[in-house]
Design a protein around this ligand. Structure first.
Ligand code: ADP
Ligand code: MG
Length: 151
């Protein structure tokens, strides 16, 4: 998987495009790995995590639009013989809430692609091989999207 160390996007559609590129890369890579592909998103509210995910879902070939779930923490979308999971930790208080949803099992299957918003809130249970991306609000339409050196 690859994504430039740091990119500044100037519009929501540029951010969606980055998500789309990452999704396509993930689909290309063969399912040689034993475990799931887990992507952790972190950073400012309004930083573009959900926007990025909308492009990501499109890149996977999903027809549904991704929204910020108000009460739902986890949503599964079957796509191309795989499962795409959208998890949002914004409203959780304890990481146990995520474990109770079967998180440990979900991250064990290479059929699963999991993208987690506010993943830094469940840092301790994130798998070692997770791919992290952080989002910083720069100005109205500018966001800095990068691979953090430390989570
Ligand atoms: P988060 O999920 O990180 O809280 P959202 O993706 O829900 O953030 O919200 C980002 C908001 O900022 C959206 O309303 C989007 O239209 C707006 N926006 C403006 N410029 C950008 C940009 N360059 N990238 C992403 N979103 C942007
Ligand atoms: Mg969001």
């Amino acid at each position: 998987m690859e994504l430039k160390k740091k990119t500044i996007t100037n519009s929501p559609s540029e951010t969606k495009k980055l998500g789309k590129i990452l999704a396509k890369k993930i689909l290309q890579k063969s399912q040689k790995t034993k475990n799931a592909t887990v992507i952790g998103l972190k950073g400012d509210l309004g930083g573009g995590k959900t926007t990025f995910l909308q492009g990501f879902a499109k890149g996977l070939g999903l027809k549904e639009n991704i929204v910020s779930p108000t009460f739902i923490i986890l949503k599964r979308f079957p796509v191309k013989k795989r499962n795409f999971y959208h998890i949002d930790c914004y409203r959780i208080e304890k990481q146990k809430e995520i474990l109770d949803l079967g998180f440990r099992k979900i991250i064990q299957s290479n059929k699963n692609i999991i993208v987690i918003e506010w993943a830094d809130r469940i840092k301790n249970i994130m798998p070692k091989g997770a791919f992290w991306i952080s989002f910083d609000f720069l100005s109205k339409n500018k966001r800095e999207i990068r691979r953090p050196s430390k989570v």
